[in-house]
Design a protein around this ligand. Sequence first.
Ligand code: THU
Length: 130
Amino acid sequence: MSLKDAATAVRENAHAPYSKFKVGAAIRAASGAVYVGCNVENAAYPEGTCAEAGAIAAMVAAGEKQLTEVYVIADCPDPVPPCGGCRQKLAEFGAGDVPVTMGTTRGAERASTIADLLPGAFETCHMDGQ
Ligand code: THU
């Protein structure tokens, strides 16, 4: 199954009763395995989690820590851009040149990379000298 198909399928499982905005994410890890996640909202709004965070959590729970490709999809006019927090989460586990494809259920796509989405990322090297 392609990353797009995996993200599209898992999006259907999103729990988004508050925003009504369902998001699906699929990531390929270094082993080739695909991990998926959807947004999971909560009545206590800040407790909700993004689709990308769910996919990353599934990858780490399975014992993998390197992602090589990302696909995110939602039903919106323009391809859905990962939020700021998710950009930082993706940068934790993916190199700057990792492709991130943003899609819409209407068929549009935009290609980017982790580095382009998060220029000047905070990384462990910034803690050197502490
Ligand atoms: N959302 C994601 O799951 N990923 C993103 O990259 C953007 C936003 C979710 C969070 C929330 O459940 C809903 O979309 C509206 O913000």
